[in-house]
Design a protein around this ligand. Structure first.
Ligand SMILES: [Mg+2]
Length: 262
């Protein structure tokens, strides 16, 4: 019998790693979700069940042992911000393939449960290298601008369909219209954008927070405060271009820097 060759050296991407000092994002995006939402007859312009499935997927990333600084989700995408991530030594191949798998499986299972039928939701994944903390804020602001654009287009399109236009006519009508004009169409139907859930306009943010919990020292019977961690879910992220949003992101990154550098 001939000798079996070892193909380890052919795994040409297996050593690509993100250095621990470099913050980065992993963005996972749903494949052919337009078709999927039609097929599943999801509510339009937004279906809360899809948002819940995506939020569950963000939680699953934490419970699978990853430790993103934060997770930001809207439409059919999940953004995970990492800094000093140790999981799989930050190997790019591992991160992308496992994170995309965790999200695909979790969204599929959650939607299957919520809709009472078998759903296969597939997500791709990519790494986005970020230069520093300001770049993280900039990246999130960029994704949130996309969330806002999606919101305007989905609602305006939906309103025109309800007014009797065909999808083609509605697209033609909205083509080239600026944000202000789309806002006017939505306001003409809803009065104020404030009446529409904030998460649809701004996306959903998740992060871990440390809090103090009262406990009893078993040896002395003394009351003590212990540190516990929990996942915060904000249905309606702050604007990442606002001071509030910026400060929250920078605070989470700073906390992580301290825990990484010790
Ligand atoms: Mg997509």
């Amino acid at each position: 019998m001939s000798k079996v060759r070892d193909y380890k050296s052919h795994e040409i991407l297996s050593t690509v790693r993100i250095p621990p000092t470099v913050p980065f994002a992993v963005r996972c995006d749903g494949r052919s979700f337009h078709r999927l939402t039609e097929e599943l007859k999801l509510e339009k312009p937004y279906d809360e069940r899809l948002a819940r499935a995506l939020t569950e997927a963000c939680r699953a990333v934490y419970s699978e042992g990853f430790n993103p600084v934060l997770a930001y989700t809207f439409s059919d995408e999940v953004n995970l911000i990492f800094y000093g991530e140790q999981t799989f030594e930050a190997r790019v191949e591992k991160l992308i393939s496992i994170l995309a798998s965790v999200i695909s499986v979790t969204v599929s299972e959650a939607l299957s449960d919520l809709l009472g039928r078998r759903v296969r939701a597939v997500f791709d994944g990519r790494v986005v290298v970020l230069g520093g903390f300001e770049d993280v804020v900039g990246y999130l602001a960029w994704r949130q601008a996309e969330c806002w654009r999606n919101f305007l287009n989905s609602y305006a399109h939906h309103i025109l369909l309800r007014r009797g236009l065909t999808p083609t006519q509605a697209s033609r009508e909205l083509h080239g219209k600026g944000a202000d004009e789309l806002v006017k169409i939505i306001e003409s139907e809803y009065g104020s954008l404030e009446k529409i859930p904030t998460w649809q306009r701004r996306g959903i943010l998740l992060y871990r927070e440390t809090y103090l919990k009262e406990a009893v020292n078993k040896l002395t019977g003394e009351k003590i405060l212990v540190e516990r961690r929990r996942l915060v879910e904000m249905w309606g992220a702050p604007l990442f271009t606002s001071q509030e949003g910026r400060e929250l992101v920078l605070k989470l990154l700073e906390e992580r820097r301290r825990s990484v550098t010790g």
